[in-house]
Design a protein around this ligand. Structure first.
Ligand SMILES: CC(C)(COP(=O)(O)OP(=O)(O)OC[C@H]1O[C@@H](n2cnc3c(N)ncnc32)[C@H](O)[C@@H]1OP(=O)(O)O)[C@@H](O)C(=O)NCCC(=O)NCCS
Length: 322
């Protein structure tokens, strides 16, 4: 089986790769959230300084029937390679997935990576094909998160009167950057990752600015934060992405700082972001570990429902893979 690298300089090849991946994913996962084409294309054509990425494919009779992606982090976690494999439904169970996985493993090992990690997502009560495939490839489940969605509007949740709401779109204003960076780094250190052995990314002003600049090209980025009126202490923030032109949002981080917990600030900050979205945005996606009881309850109380289970898996790179 011939696995080839996608020629990312060819716009037609890019479209065909993305369309095949989308078809493969949608076959089993109607509620899947895919990276929007524009955002994916930006990664493919203008690589970030923090990760090297490659895309592989299997082409049969002129059609892309299997796709794979490889991400090699360059700042933290330099021993890890992040991977994904998707095969169109009509071409499964013929070894396409295995061939792509082995090609990923070879490239990851050549880049001195010792482990491959990925996300395997299945519909609850559905066929667990992806989990079986991952297990057959030698990958072990390390952490689970639920993928939840909520229809907008959700019932508004007021911000505790002791706090003022501070919100912005796009770049964080200069006067809030130090506080925002402190909260972002606290989030990266605090977020539960189960058994995954990973280093948290550490943001400084330059890295935040570079990521804001890149994200703004693909997303309307919205942040809602809370500041205590009595002393100006920052209580938390919530970060939401809406791909340009999309009818859905993607709820990313929500952090309530340890001293400020128990005041329903998480729900208030999320709902503050949702309340000011344009009316065409009617759905929000989020991911929460079921073990993160506080956030899972916050989400379900707001109207989020579980649509998928996502397992983070990891395989050691070595002779067992080949
Ligand atoms: C998971 C997926 C990539 C497998 O692709 P594939 O080309 O069918 O996989 P292969 O034919 O190479 O199968 C390799 C092994 O995986 C296991 N496997 C694959 N499909 C399976 C199924 N339906 N039931 C049980 N085991 C299965 C088997 O052990 C198989 O080896 P075998 O055929 O010798 O028994 C494909 O079903 C898919 O794209 N699913 C949707 C996207 C997805 O979930 N991707 C995984 C994220 S990394």
């Amino acid at each position: 089986m011939d696995v080839t690298d996608l020629d990312t300089s060819d716009p037609d090849a890019r479209r065909r790769w993305y369309a095949a991946q989308e078809r493969a994913i949608r076959a089993d996962r109607p509620e899947a959230l895919l990276e929007a084409y524009d955002a994916w294309e930006l990664q493919a054509t203008e690589p970030s300084a923090h990760a090297e990425r490659r895309w592989l494919q299997v082409v049969e009779d002129g059609d892309v029937v299997g796709t794979a992606s490889l991400e090699l982090p360059l700042s933290e976690n330099r021993e890890v390679a992040w991977v994904e494999v998707d095969v169109v439904a009509t071409h499964r169970r013929r070894g396409v997935g295995r061939a792509l996985w082995q090609a990923l493993a070879a490239r990851a090992a050549a880049a001195d990576r010792t482990r491959m990690g990925g996300e395997v997502t299945v519909v609850p009560e559905g066929a667990e094909v992806a989990r079986r495939f991952a297990a057959a490839m030698g990958a072990v489940e390390q952490h689970r998160e639920d993928h939840l969605v909520a229809d907008l509007p959700v019932r508004p949740a007021p911000v505790d009167a002791a706090y003022e709401l501070v919100a912005w779109r796009g770049r964080c204003p200069d006067e809030h950057r130090a506080a925002y960076l402190a909260m972002r780094n606290q989030m990266n250190a605090d977020v539960p990752v189960g058994d995954l052995d990973l280093q948290a990314a550490v943001l400084d002003d330059a890295r935040l600015a570079a990521s804001e600049e890149r994200l703004a090209r693909s997303y309307d980025v919205r942040v809602a934060a809370a500041r205590r009126r009595s002393d100006g202490a920052w209580g938390g923030y919530s970060l939401l992405f809406v791909p340009h032109g999309a009818t859905y949002g993607w709820q990313d981080d929500t952090l309530v700082m340890p001293d400020h917990r128990g005041r329903r600030l998480g729900a208030a900050l999320k709902s503050a972001n949702y309340a000011v979205l344009p009316p065409e945005v009617t759905l929000v996606h989020t991911w929460t570990a079921p073990s993160n009881t506080a956030m899972h309850r916050t989400n379900t109380a707001m109207g989020f429902r579980v649509v998928e289970h996502m397992y983070e898996v990891e395989a050691a790179l070595g002779p067992t893979i080949a």
